[in-house]
Design a protein around this ligand. Structure first.
Ligand code: ASP
Ligand code: MG
Length: 471
């Protein structure tokens, strides 16, 4: 637990701030705009038009598109001791940013405000590299973008208030955000009244040592759902550049459709297995507080998008998603037969080496797991080698089919469409709404296309497809 955090009980919070308990804020919305939705002066105008349609809202801003990638390069050059390169890379970010600002607001106040943040980072870079300050460089994107959005809203007559995410989003000593702590910090913030428009940064936070830190990449979605859950918002809108989550990968498959409604479980699975639209961890806080999440398209604001909420009575096969860069580790051991504690030993090795495991399958004599990153595995492989024979298969992908797969006939139907593929692992039954396959990455696109006919909102229709296409 964070030593500085004073864990108040809800009754005590009530004394501090009249806006607690948060259900008093039931008309509050959280709107998160991603990098492409804030990628130019024109896009920012659209985002602020969407914002102004709401009376009470918190706007969570990502960095303008591309900024975080460029800032990571700046931090890398700094770390390499290449000060000149780092400074000139920073200038390359600053120049277009300034010109977007000037297109929106024709006075120099905004440029001196954001310029001060650029200068602060430049002076850090002029000194020696300090690992704990790396995040201060990377956080610049969200800091300057949120200022630009807030000042523009004020410029066009909305008294928006800028909130500093590092003052309300603190990680505990497991590097995790805690919804109740965020609620407490909001309730103690004199700038936050719950009425009107508030603008803040996604992605950035403080770690348990109190240093500026960041969530994992794409983490602005997570900030939005944490804030939405903490304040018991009416709705969390994730504004992006596509009209919701699609039922298959639109980059590889023609004729995909946005899914209108998803349950929290289905959305979490799809987000994890490659549907890049939503950050995988962001569903949890919304689900815990039962706040609906809506994915909307800033390029087509009136399109319905995808609404994610408590279990919806979904039928049929809902969606297909794939995840690249997967490796299989197979541990085979005679000692596993009839023994207890063998799997615990295997997973203890993964825990010790901090290697996350995705899909797991077991037989009486072997256990197979998938992992994402196959670099630097030698120490892990060596230790696993003491438990049994270890085989590593690289260049694999995961294909996940989401829907009521346990309905009689559905698995047979899915397998029939995959019959020509080289399936290396199958995981079924962990939940009733997904079946996961591991295949060679070279077969991914073909397999996604082969599965497209099983998608249907109607159970009968998807089963009928099997009888007509199968042979
Ligand atoms: N700007 C951050 C990133 O690119 C966070 C986000 O956009 O969600 O990862
Ligand atoms: Mg994103």
């Amino acid at each position: 637990m964070h030593p500085e955090i004073n864990w108040l009980q809800p009754a005590e919070m009530n004394l501090i701030n009249p806006f607690y308990p948060p259900n008093k804020l039931s008309t509050l919305k959280v709107l998160k705009f991603g990098g492409t939705s804030l990628g130019s002066a024109e896009r920012i105008r659209v985002a602020t038009d969407i914002t102004r349609a709401n009376e009470n809202c918190i706007v969570v801003c990502s960095a303008m598109s591309g900024m975080t990638n460029s800032l990571i390069q700046v931090a890398q050059s700094w770390e390499n001791g290449e000060t000149e390169t780092a400074l000139s890379q920073l200038e390359t970010i600053r120049h277009p940013f300034d010109s977007h600002c000037s297109q929106l607001i024709n006075n120099s106040d905004i440029l001196s405000e954001t310029g001060a943040i650029f200068n602060e980072v430049a002076s850090l870079i002029n000194g020696i590299f300090i690992p704990i300050y790396r995040s201060r460089v990377i956080a610049l994107g969200e800091q300057v973008t949120s200022r630009m959005v807030c000042r523009y809203l004020q410029h066009i007559g909305n008294p928006a208030v800028l909130l500093d995410a590092t003052s309300f989003l603190h990680l505990n000593d497991h590097d995790e955000p805690v919804v109740e702590d965020i609620a407490r910090r909001f309730s103690a913030d004199p700038l936050f009244s719950g009425k009107g428009i508030f603008v803040t940064q996604g992605f950035i936070c403080r770690n348990h040592q109190g240093e500026v830190a960041t969530l994992s990449r794409g983490g602005s979605d997570f900030t939005a759902t944490l804030v939405g859950a903490a304040l018991n918002a009416e709705l969390i809108e994730i504004w992006t550049d596509i009209d919701g989550m699609h039922n298959n990968d639109p980059r590889h498959v023609a004729g995909t459709r946005p899914i209108r409604e998803l349950s929290y479980t289905e959305a979490a699975e799809l987000a994890y297995f490659g549907a890049k639209i939503l950050h995988p961890t962001c569903v949890r806080p919304a689900r815990e507080k039962n706040v609906p999440v809506c994915i909307k398209n800033t390029f087509d604001p009136s399109a319905p998008g995808t609404t994610i909420q408590a279990e919806t009575p979904s039928t049929g096969i809902r969606a297909i998603a794939a995840k690249d860069n997967i490796n299989i580790l197979r541990i085979t051991s005679g000692r596993m037969f009839n023994a207890y504690g063998f799997l615990a030993k295997v997973f203890e090795v993964f825990r010790k080496h901090r290697v996350p495991v995705d899909v797991v399958t077991t037989s009486e004599v072997s256990v197979s797991v998938t992992i994402e990153d196959a670099t630097g595995l030698a120490p892990l492989l060596e230790e696993l080698g003491q438990l049994g024979q270890v085989d590593l298969e690289t260049d694999r992908c995961i294909i996940c089919v989401v829907g009521d797969v346990l309905q009689p006939g559905h698995i047979a139907c899915i397998l029939q469409h995959l019959k020509v593929f080289d399936i290396r692992m199958v995981s079924l039954g962990a939940s009733s709404n997904n079946i996961t396959f591991v295949l060679p990455i070279a077969q991914k696109v073909e397999a996604l296309n082969a599965l497209q006919p099983v998608l249907s909102h109607s159970t009968d229709k998807s089963l009928a497809l099997c009888t007509t296409t199968g042979s």
